[in-house]
Design a protein around this ligand. Structure first.
Ligand SMILES: [Fe+2]
Ligand SMILES: [Fe+2]
Length: 219
């Protein structure tokens, strides 16, 4: 039976928010392995990157990390305000899988000697508000929002595969594994009954994401 949020669910939501923002990254799955080298004998090594390449990789991985903070917030809000318990469980399960992405990106940023976006609390808060709005429009719209978000994230991650230094096999392996998962979540949302979103909403989502990606690239 559908039930609305109560004090317990709000406390759990606050706990999830704090974990997404403050807890050290803990991934259920290890960082995706690098592909084999051209002779397919051994994984391509983490070839020494130039300082410029490291800076570019770090900026892109910081954007991806910020995107994953936003994804956590969207899923948490959509779970909190979902009407059907199955939709709520879907959102929470997706958030758990996405927390691997958060951890992988953070690990890679550390390896590159870089930090996460200082604006992560802002990305979380803003995205939580957007996720809550999507959820309040009803479960089908909320699932439609997931499907559209994942579609846009897939396009964005693929553009990063074009931008990452070709030598940075480690970051590329992470982004490729993320693309695979995002496509899966989008398909699951579709099969769970996602409603298509109106064009202007899709455009607004694209513009909002653009602001976040451009800002997180720098700070
Ligand atoms: Fe993700
Ligand atoms: Fe996703």
């Amino acid at each position: 039976m559908a039930r609305g949020p109560n004090l317990d669910t709000f406390i759990s939501a606050a706990d999830r928010a704090l974990r997404a923002l403050l807890a050290p990254p803990a991934a259920a799955r290890p960082v995706p392995p690098m592909p084999m080298n051209r002779n397919r004998e051994a994984p391509a090594g983490d070839i020494a990157l130039s300082e410029d390449q490291k800076r570019e990789s770090a900026a892109l991985m910081r954007v991806n990390h910020a995107g994953e903070v936003a994804a956590q917030a969207l899923y948490h809000a959509q779970a909190l305000f979902a009407r059907d318990p199955q939709v709520r469980d879907f959102m929470l399960q997706a958030a758990r899988e996405e927390s691997d992405h958060l951890a992988w990106c953070e690990t890679r940023l550390k390896e590159l000697g870089a930090r996460t976006s200082v604006l992560n609390p802002l990305w979380y808060a803003g995205s939580f508000g957007i996720g809550a709005l999507a959820a309040l429009l009803g479960d089908k719209a909320s699932l439609g929002f997931v499907a559209e978000t994942e579609r846009q994230v897939e396009g964005h991650l693929k553009s990063h595969l074009d931008q990452l230094p070709p030598e940075d096999a480690r970051s590329r392996a992470i982004v490729e594994a993320m693309v695979h998962d995002e496509v899966g979540h989008g398909q699951q949302a579709q099969s769970a009954g996602a409603a298509p979103l109106p064009g202007p909403v899709r455009e607004l989502m694209r513009r909002t994401a653009r602001v976040m990606t451009h800002t997180a690239y720098r700070m």
